[in-house]
Design a protein around this ligand. Structure first.
Ligand SMILES: [Zn+2]
Length: 146
């Protein structure tokens, strides 16, 4: 490994979280073992808390806040859209614990992490020859690299 490579803080924990997210969804969808999926979800939560890492909001919305299970539309969650107000509301209901989360379905509003000014440095781990730090120009690059 070159001398000037720079790893992000908690790189190994992020790798482990990525693996656990994948296996959590796999257990819920393909195997159908919801209890094991919930166990992996609680592992994700405890690893993120222990290593003081922030989970991406998109991934965070896919897990139940109460039972830590995967919220996958149709298999482990019921999704409804309520549109009798100005802003339609997306309602996610966990099939395991019946916990309900509501999100506004406002297409114009973006989270701060989705805005281009939130990106300071892009760390590239894809190439094995040289790992370079580069500034990103578009938020689409951020989604593909992370
Ligand atoms: Zn739940």
């Amino acid at each position: 490994m070159p001398k000037n490579t720079r790893k992000c803080q908690g790189f190994e924990s992020f790798q482990r979280l990525n693996y656990l997210f994948q296996i959590r969804d796999f257990m819920a969808i393909n195997v159908g073992n919801i209890a094991l999926s919930t166990y992996y979800g609680s592992l994700i939560d405890s690893i993120a808390k222990k290593s003081v890492l922030r989970i991406d909001p998109v991934l965070k919305k896919q897990s139940c806040k109460k039972c830590k299970g995967a919220l996958l539309p149709g298999t482990t969650a019921d999704v409804k859209i309520k549109s009798n107000k100005k802003v339609p509301i997306v309602i996610w209901k966990c099939k395991q614990c019946s916990f309900v989360r509501k999100y506004p379905a406002n297409g114009n509003k973006k989270l701060w992490c989705e805005k281009p000014e939130s990106l300071v440095t892009l760390l590239n781990y894809s190439s094995t020859k040289t790992s370079q730090n580069s500034m990103a120009n578009t938020p689409e690059q951020n989604k593909h690299k992370s």
